[in-house]
Design a protein around this ligand. Structure first.
Ligand code: ZN
Length: 80
């Protein structure tokens, strides 16, 4: 079942909810911020407070900056 859901799951630290998670042994891992999320009884625990933080990160609030920002409107619209 998890394999069917995996394409729809996104990193909860991504402010834009665009980064898909990858399966990594007994957890899911975000390729952008490297946070890992345990899988309990076949269900991924995507609760930020329960995430396994990468080395050097002390608080999950630091991880949003590791996700790339969408282009600013001024970069996609012609300037007048
Ligand atoms: Zn992430």
């Amino acid at each position: 079942m998890l394999d069917q859901l995996l394409p729809y799951l996104r990193c909860p630290f991504d402010p834009h909810r665009r980064t898909p998670l990858l399966r990594s042994d007994d957890a899911l891992q975000c390729p952008a911020c490297s946070a890992r999320f345990r899988i309990r009884n076949g269900i991924p625990v995507l609760v930020p407070q329960d995430a396994i933080l990468p080395v050097g990160i002390r608080h999950h609030a630091q991880l949003a900056a590791r996700h790339s920002s969408p282009p600013a409107l001024s970069d996609t619209n012609p300037r007048w």
